[in-house]
Write a protein that binds this ligand. Structure first.
Ligand code: FAD
Length: 359
């Protein structure tokens, strides 16, 4: 039987980042990733400061975004984010790079799939399928970094990650220069549709509760004529987050750590993984992970959830949000709320002042 201190299941941004930081601190770990050539369906947009924060090579960035477009019906607002730009990565290459970084730091990396796990008092025994057959891995802890369809979560907590459905398509004949977010009931119900530049064209998609495939309305709206293949994948909602249960820690999508409103998950997967690594490095109690995460992010996540509920409730509220965004001051505050850990209270007080002015 293979033995390790920590078995990490899933080599996406959450699992690979955790593995890197554990290895740097000389904590023995194994990282298993189902398939090395898996390309996570994703727009690949990451705030650029993440590259500094997690010491990542900026050559992974295939495009830098200084402007985002907010659109509702015929109205388009260009928001300057050059102070805090976004970088677009190609997920297959990015995830492989993150896993290589972990491996270079000392992680034992395998292309293998978790089949089952049995939690005991002192350790966990996991059944893992390798290319040459099934083997058991005994570890002190298991990390569920296995994404939105987490099988570990089903097994350990008996539930699924609460999620929205995304429908998306890769287009070669249409090129978006900036990251575009489109709102309105005709396109994306109470969520948004996006058009993000990628290596060879544009990735378009919509978020919905799966009740209606809006993507055709969106592509018509963009004037796209080429035919395309619509694909689907789930994205977590910030509902019933889970941190630790029975020797198993949860991180990234499996823990529901995706920011409401923007549905940005890569940064929070990596950041939560770094928080979790510190728990092991400091030998802190497992409950510390949830405490520290809540101190850092709970207010921000719940505020954005409330703002989403208010501003994306219906087309009237969306048009109001667009009016707010006409103000450069609002744009700046909103970008800071989104991309920096700004004082929320101050921002909210500011929004209510602007709302009062509008009415
Ligand atoms: C269409 C779409 C667009 C998105 N666009 C953006 C965006 O532009 N910016 C952004 O920040 N976020 C975006 N997201 C969200 C982002 O993709 C996720 O939040 C992020 O990938 C979460 O990272 P993770 O490591 O937790 O999970 P994942 O990236 O899903 O990684 C989990 C890994 O675990 C592996 N795995 C699963 N089960 C097993 C098993 N049993 N054994 C071994 N390995 C296993 C999987 O193969 C996978 O590689 C988007 C999501 C979708 C669906």
């Amino acid at each position: 039987m293979i033995q390790t201190q920590i078995l990490i299941v899933g080599g996406g941004p959450a699992g690979a980042t955790l593995a890197k930081y554990l290895s740097r601190a000389h904590i023995d770990n194994i990282l298993i990733q189902k398939k090395f050539d898996f390309k996570k369906p994703c727009g690949g947009g990451i705030r650029m400061d993440a590259f500094n924060e997690f010491e990542l090579d900026t050559s992974q960035i295939i495009k830098k975004i200084d402007t985002i477009i907010l659109a509702f019906k015929e109205k388009r607002i260009a928001v300057d984010i050059s102070e805090m730009p976004l970088g677009i990565v190609e997920r297959c290459s990015f995830d492989n790079y993150l896993r290589e970084e972990a491996q270079n730091a000392g992680t034992k990396l395998f292309e293998a799939k978790l089949i089952d796990l049995l939690v005991g008092k002192e350790d966990v025994v996991s059944q893992v399928r390798f290319a040459d057959g099934i083997q058991e891995i005994r570890s002190r802890f298991v990390i569920a970094a296995d994404g939105v369809n987490s099988s570990v979560r089903k097994k350990i907590n008996g539930d699924e990650v609460s999620a929205l459905v995304t429908n998306y398509a890769d287009l070669s004949g249409f090129s978006a220069q900036d990251c575009e977010f489109h709102f309105g009931s005709h396109i994306a119900s109470k969520y948004y549709a996006w058009a993000f530049p990628e290596q060879n064209g544009t990735n378009i998609g919509i978020l919905s509760q799966g009740e209606r495939p809006y993507i055709q309305n969106f592509s018509q709206h963009l004037g796209i004529e080429e035919s395309y293949k619509i694909q689907g994948y789930k994205i977590p909602e910030f509902e019933n987050p889970i941190f630790y249960k029975e020797r198993v820690f949860f991180v990234g999508d499996s823990a529901s750590q995706v920011l409401p409103f923007t549905y940005e998950g890569i940064y929070y997967a990596m950041s939560s993984a770094k928080l979790l690594a510190d728990i092991f490095i400091e030998n802190a109690a497992p409950c510390e992970y949830e405490k520290r995460w809540n101190t850092k992010y709970l207010k921000k996540f719940t505020t954005l959830k409330k703002l989403q509920k208010i501003f994306l409730a219906n087309d009237f509220m969306i048009s109001l949000m667009m009016r707010l965004y006409n103000s450069k001051k609002v744009q700046k505050k909103m970008m800071r709320l989104w991309l920096q850990e700004e004082e929320l209270q101050l921002n909210l007080a500011f929004f209510f002042k602007v709302l009062k002015k509008i009415f």
